[in-house]
Design a protein around this ligand. Structure first.
Ligand code: ZN
Length: 188
């Protein structure tokens, strides 16, 4: 992402991007936001939702690394200021998750996921809401052009990336031109 877009995110969401351009020995955010400008809106929306979900709780979400990997957005983060004893709902939810995870052992996968969905519906805590907002952006990135933000799909062979048709064609032409130049210069 170019610096102009990065700074817009950092200025609007200073807490989430607190470690932006920190020491690369301490945080991966030292590398900046390592994806194309096309995912700017996805990130913006996710951060707005995170802010809304955590509003008034005192809990903050801090980005650890934001990058592209295997054609999708990866947004790693951690929470801070989480209350010492988890709120009752959070605790109950975790217990329920534990019970449902045991069901896999006896082959009750579908029942497990059904229960998991129900529990999310009833118990989803603010922290989970914030986490879901990030997950949604990651999911959405697989159908959003990383260059321009228009609807896109996965392209490429060895190196895969998500782009719309016109950005894909542009990148192909660029690649061909490069090969042609190389061929002219070195004959291979
Ligand atoms: Zn595009």
């Amino acid at each position: 992402m170019d610096e102009q877009h990065e700074l817009m995110l950092v200025k609007r969401f200073p807490t989430i991007f607190r470690d932006y351009k920190g020491s690369i020995y301490e945080t991966c955010m030292g590398w900046g936001i390592c994806c194309g400008n096309g995912w700017f809106q996805l990130l913006w929306k996710a951060c707005e939702e995170v802010e809304k979900a955590l509003d008034g709780t005192g809990i903050i979400l801090v980005a650890d690394q934001v990058k592209e990997k295997f054609a999708g957005l990866r947004f790693y983060y951690h929470f801070e200021n989480v209350p010492e004893t988890p709120p009752l709902l959070y605790w109950l939810g975790k217990r329920l998750d534990w019970v449902t995870s045991k069901m896999c052992r006896v082959g009750q996968y579908r029942l497990r996921w059904w229960l998991h969905r129900q529990r999310r519906r009833v118990f989803e805590t603010r922290m989970e809401q914030a986490g879901s907002a990030v997950s949604r952006a990651e999911e959405k990135s697989y159908e959003t052009c990383e260059d321009c933000g228009r609807p896109g799909k996965r392209h490429g062979g060895f190196y895969i990336f998500t782009s719309c048709e016109s950005c894909f064609i542009k990148s192909e032409i660029y690649r061909l031109r490069e090969s042609l130049e190389r061929w002219k210069k070195h004959g291979c």
